[in-house]
Design a binder for this molecule. Sequence first.
Ligand SMILES: *Cc1c(COP(=O)(O)O)cnc(C)c1O
Length: 538
Amino acid sequence: MRKALIKNQSGYNEICFEIPQEGLTAEERKSHLEAFKSYIDVQKAHCLGYQVNQQMDYKEDMEHFLNCHLNNVGDPFVDSNYSLSSKQMEKAVLNYYARLWNAKVPHDPQDIESFWGYVLSMGSTEGNFYGLWNARDYLAGRKLVADELQKKLRDTNYLHPKHIVDKPHAYTPIAFFSQDTHYSIIKAMRVLSISTFSEVGHAVYPGQNPLDPSGNWLKTKDVPSMDGNTGPGSIDVDKLAILVEFFTEKNYPIIICCNYGSTFKGAYDDVEEIQNKLMPIFEKYGLVNRDVHYHDLDEEGNEIVKVDTRNGYWIHVDGALGASYMPFVEMAYNKKLIGHKGPNFDFRLPIVNSIVMSGHKWPGSPCPCGIFMTKVKYQLSPPSDPEYIASPDSTFAGSRNGFSPVIMWNYLAKHSYEIQMQRALYCEELSKYAEDQLSILKNYHPETELFIGRTPLALTVRFRKPIKPIIDKYSLSCESLKVDGNVRHYAHIYIMPSTRKEIIDQLVDDLKEREAFKDCGDKILFVNKINYGEILIK
Ligand SMILES: *Cc1c(COP(=O)(O)O)cnc(C)c1O
């Protein structure tokens, strides 16, 4: 049987979490849960490496719902026959974020300019999948909810637009995203069979990469970030524009994934600059309000061609952390409480098609959750219409987590704009403090380059990867970046509303140790000086 060792102040306690056929006695079960609890509590208090707010007080308000199966199956705006749902709260949460992101509220299925969205069962990963699916099928000419409203065509005729002989790629979207993009986007490309620009370039236009002197595409797998791996982590918009023009000239429709708060460096892609640089290109090559032609039959059964008008580009904003937090920085900026704000990213920019954010990052939640949002005019018509649930199957999942909307509703009801603005200011200040404190470490490690860096307005500070006990103690996340042919191993910390100054001080103290950055593989050094909770499975 597998044993678990839980380390506490006095050493290790050995605990076995395996479940025998007869289950465990109530006593055994309780003691195991206690041990797990103590491990989680210690780790929670030290967690610095991930952008998840640990400051939560849901217990009192939410307890009751742990014994209910809340399921928001189907569309948030259409009740299903399963009535144990939290769709009323889900709609309120969506309205809240629609206002925060300057979309047209309320959702009205008859008003194609109004917003549509839903609360995710997963985090932004699901939102990225959904957004890219929506993008792919919109650009490929699949049927939209708006087409249905206008009763334009028979259903089946929307499966594929009429092939255009001299524009063979007109309905084959290709995707652009920067080297700092989250891995969920790359996974979504694979699952959805969306080609990236470099794959298409390599296969169809070898030797023609406009960014590479030799024309090789393999060196430009993603759109470069500003100043590469030593830069701030935001996309290089000029290089993006060069790549986009290369492909729009060849009539490909375009998907752009913007980062709004990139995962490792916390960088904000300048979506407004992207709009300014790309719209003239989209206009020049006929991607704005392009006509999409479909075969249809008239009353007498003669073949005719019908036309639908839609854009040939899709701009998706992955705002996992930034989309829920930066609006409050902007409020503070407008009140002159802070000297800078992030670039615009929301529905004020007409170029934006979809936005996602994670509920467990800035707001904080016991389970992953988040928001996907677009406009009615871009919404896909669901592939099928299951009578079984009596609500359109317009989301990604079937059964949808109905607990998350209650969590998010409770959070928003409890934390006013004012409170969230204060939290944003607190995090900004503490991030600066962390950067300053980490910089002091240079005096303790004069021989070692520590790579300390913070992107403007980011809530994360990066530095050289320390030894494993320190990574484990603070749950640090790590990434390796290639700089001038050499690999640099980084770690970073994220400053969230739950982060306390004392923990940063503790980390800095641990990092002052002579061996803190020693390249020691998995060998454990000075571990006895560190108190931390851990479970070791033997
Ligand atoms: C965290 C993150 C994601 C994934 O979000 P999950 O909530 O973990 O699914 C996507 N994009 C970015 C930029 C992120 O930081």
